[in-house]
Design a protein around this ligand. Structure first.
Ligand SMILES: [Zn+2]
Ligand SMILES: [Zn+2]
Length: 362
């Protein structure tokens, strides 16, 4: 079938709106009519990486309606409303232990995972498109996914809000609810007030008596953090972050989340922890953070990575959507909709700090 897709033919050039050919679903695949797709930092990282294998079709926060399923698919049916998330194999030790974000085949399945016979799912003018990004490549009117990364949701769910539960919101909320698990009396410091950090803040607000500090450089995002209920909002340009957090918390944060991936920020987050506390990082830029392992050992501090919020998406995404439906996780405040043809405007607005989570609509 033919559909429109946002292709990247050159990392430095704008995305192009093109007509592509999409193959019919194989036995284990599902065809999804995409209604919304969030833009996540990982899309831009992979757009920038390398000039080979173009054009590339990104998008890994898709939401839509199942149009067709392969002969072997039993858990999803045409007409189902779905949120697409990351793929997992379902059989490795981590998957069987309920930790699909740490699937041992994750890279092979999600980093432009190819079909067993290497045939392209998407072509443009007869040329293969690099597809299979997070098992969806959902910057398109239709996408081929699989049952293992499609979460069936209530048909009344707004796809533009639901889409980013597939990655960004799940990552932030899961880092708090699944990994850090702060309890009453905790002090949680969140570094970065983007989509992941803001979702983390909203998740923390669902736990009684957890106090929050958001550290963010952009004025608009600091204002948003305050509106979303952060107890303190700090501008690193005008405060000694470590000293200020130590003072506010009476000795250091009990929990911290770094969403920036900046080495010096992770080091600050670590330094501003109290004894025995944990900082979770959801990403990390190139290099080695300036952190003394002696401090880690002798103060009993922990640094741990957290992928996709440690989520088991089949249960966690419906749980988060339920919280949202009850007004307890207002992530719709983070979403700004753009027609899919306006992707460059969406990216510019995000770069300028005017929007937190741009979502493309079809
Ligand atoms: Zn696995
Ligand atoms: Zn993502």
């Amino acid at each position: 079938m033919r559909t429109t897709a946002l292709l990247s033919r050159d990392p430095a050039a704008p995305f192009t709106v093109e007509t592509v050919d999409l193959d019919a679903p194989r036995a284990d695949e599902i065809l999804v009519r995409i209604r919304a797709a969030g833009i996540c930092h990982t899309d831009l990282v992979n757009r920038a990486a390398g000039k080979a294998d173009r054009p590339v079709l990104l998008g890994h926060e898709g939401a839509g309606i199942v149009a067709e399923v392969g002969a072997a698919v039993t858990s999803v049916a045409p007409g189902d409303h779905v949120v697409l998330t990351f793929r997992h194999c379902g059989t490795c030790p981590n998957c069987t232990a309920g930790r699909p974000a740490y699937c041992r085949r994750s890279t092979a399945l999600n980093h432009f995972g190819r079909r067993a016979d290497k045939s392209p799912r998407v072509t443009v003018d007869g040329t293969a498109v690099r597809d299979g990004f997070f098992g969806q490549s959902s910057f398109a009117g239709y996408a081929l996914a699989t049952a293992d990364n499609a979460i069936v949701v209530d048909p009344g769910t707004d796809p533009a809000v639901a889409a980013s539960f597939g990655c960004g919101f799940q990552t932030g909320a899961g880092a708090v609810l699944n990994a850090l698990r702060p309890e009453a009396g905790a002090w949680l410091a969140i570094y970065g007030g983007g989509a992941v950090g803001s979702a983390a803040l909203l998740a923390a607000r669902t736990i009684p008596d957890v106090r929050t500090i958001v550290v963010e450089t952009a004025t608009a995002r600091r204002d948003l953090a305050g509106e979303l209920g952060a107890d303190h909002v700090l501008d690193p340009a005008h405060a000694d972050i470590v000293a200020t957090i130590r003072e506010l918390t009476g000795g250091g944060a009990t929990h911290a989340l770094d969403t920036t991936g900046i080495l010096a920020v992770l080091a600050d987050a670590f330094a501003a922890l109290t004894t025995g506390a944990t900082v979770v990082a959801v990403g990390l830029g190139a290099g080695v953070p300036p952190i003394d392992v002696r401090d880690m050992v002798l103060q009993g501090k922990t640094i741990r990575g957290c992928l996709e919020g440690d989520a088991e998406p089949g249960t966690f995404i419906p749980h988060l959507l339920d919280l949202h439906g009850r007004g307890l996780l207002p992530v719709d405040r983070l979403v700004t909709r753009f027609p899919h043809t306006e992707i460059e405007a969406a990216l510019a607005a995000q770069r300028a700090g005017r929007v937190v989570k741009p979502v493309l609509t079809w």
